[in-house]
Write a protein that binds this ligand. Structure first.
Ligand code: SF4
Ligand code: SF4
Length: 229
């Protein structure tokens, strides 16, 4: 113990301590390193390129990509029932909405207004995770530009996208969620009474669930039209 205390200690406060290592002659003249860097640059000039000439060239993201959150439009109506779960789960409080009810409509609740402040959104996908109706999903849209704060607030009209244009993401979610949660989470569109009612274009509110499913099959067989790009 006593011996150890008498030995000089190697630390940065000791004047014998040297932080710098000594360079060899070749390192001191820098030339080999410069030629190595030039050789590396030359090699890169002929290697395959991973960059794109954006915006002339657009990247097509895969289904797993989380771009701008959008509302799913099912047969001309939003699937959203304004339950508020997504707004509750959103970490930066980017979502706001007001629920409304219309007794003449077979659909009980819908969002009177639904807004996402894209200046706040962090593309976390929590809204999509918690939505019980698969009414809000992450789209492939990453080309998001605005010139003022007001423009960055996307209202319901700008958020709604027909489900046909979101098919890839909806299919991905079905596979992903089913694998992740197994028997505990298996979203089945046909079990969603709300969605089934939405597809009842003839507003037959008195239909039984079995009849509504038949109606749904008939409607789904018709060719879908979409204007969203
Ligand atoms: S992606 Fe995340 S931050 Fe953006 S609206 Fe959804 S929950 Fe909020
Ligand atoms: S998008 Fe989904 S979670 Fe959000 S309010 Fe509508 S139904 Fe509820």
């Amino acid at each position: 113990m006593q011996d150890n205390l008498e030995k000089p200690v190697l630390n940065a406060l000791n004047e014998n301590y040297s932080r710098e290592r000594s360079f060899s002659f070749m390192e001191n003249i820098y030339l080999p390193e410069i030629f190595k860097a030039l050789w590396y640059t030359l090699k890169q000039m002929f290697s395959p390129k991973f960059t794109m000439q954006y915006p002339e060239e657009k990247w097509e993201p895969p289904a797993i990509f989380r771009g701008r959150p959008v509302l799913v439009e099912d047969e001309g109506q939003e699937r959203c029932v304004a339950c508020g779960l997504c707004a509750r789960a959103c970490p930066p409080l980017a979502i706001s909405m007001q629920a409304n009810e219309d007794s003449d409509d077979p659909k009980e609740r819908y969002p009177d207004f639904f807004e996402i402040n894209m200046l706040r959104c962090i593309y976390c996908g929590y809204c999509e995770e918690v939505c019980p109706e698969e009414a809000i999903v992450m789209s492939k849209d990453y080309d998001i530009v605005f010139e003022s704060r007001e423009e960055a607030i996307y209202d319901k009209e700008r958020l709604l996208v027909p489900k046909e244009d979101l098919k890839e993401r909806l299919d991905y979610l079905k596979n992903y969620r089913n694998q992740q949660f197994g028997q505990f989470w298996d979203f089945q569109e046909e079990n969603n009474i709300h969605s089934v009612r939405d597809r009842d274009r003839d507003w037959n509110t008195g239909l039984s669930l079995v009849d509504m499913l038949e109606q749904q099959k008939k409607n789904d067989a018709e060719e879908a039209t979409s204007t969203w790009s």
